[in-house]
Design a protein around this ligand. Sequence first.
Ligand code: MN3
Length: 213
Amino acid sequence: MSVFSVLAQRYPFVLPALGYDARAIAPAIDALTMTIHHDRHHAAYVTSLNTALDEFPELHQYALGELLMGTRRWPAAVRTAIRNNGGGHANHAMYWGLLAPGSATSSTPSGTLSDMIARDFTTVEACKAALKAAGLAQFGSGWAWLVKTATSRLAVRGLANQDSPLLEGELPIVGLDVWEHAYYLKYQNRRADYLDAVLARINWDVASAQLTR
Ligand code: MN3
């Protein structure tokens, strides 16, 4: 699955397949968590987004990425639904695509992303540490993000709820879901352990491709 193909989707939005078996990310993420997270949580964002847009046919021409980048332009009655459910749809599609299935060893950033990490974080380990810190610091539900800013720098953000970096015109490169539904069955309150495990399973080839899509 292309991480960004979902941003080109238009109403009615559809839930993308995981692209691998629900067991493929274990032991970092267990199969039951993957199944519930994808089949119920992600699906609910898609359903709710479609329901919200049912009554706004003038918005059906816009792709998901455009809806997220332009939230201030949309009618107030549908803006929050786009932010929450459109964000939830885009964020989760990206998350599935960024996880490396099977026993594949973790890849490393390449090309432009590798150069930018060296410039803005010095090392990949420092970049991962900043992402982990953002995930730990997020109070309540949200995501830790590696983004490309409007001035083409890499930065780490902690954003609440399902807020997409696209809302502020920043390009998401890596997103780590720190809602409890992402890890609670296996890790309970040990968010740090979940973050370590997921950071070790990031498909950096996919992340690197975000910059050259
Ligand atoms: Mn989630």
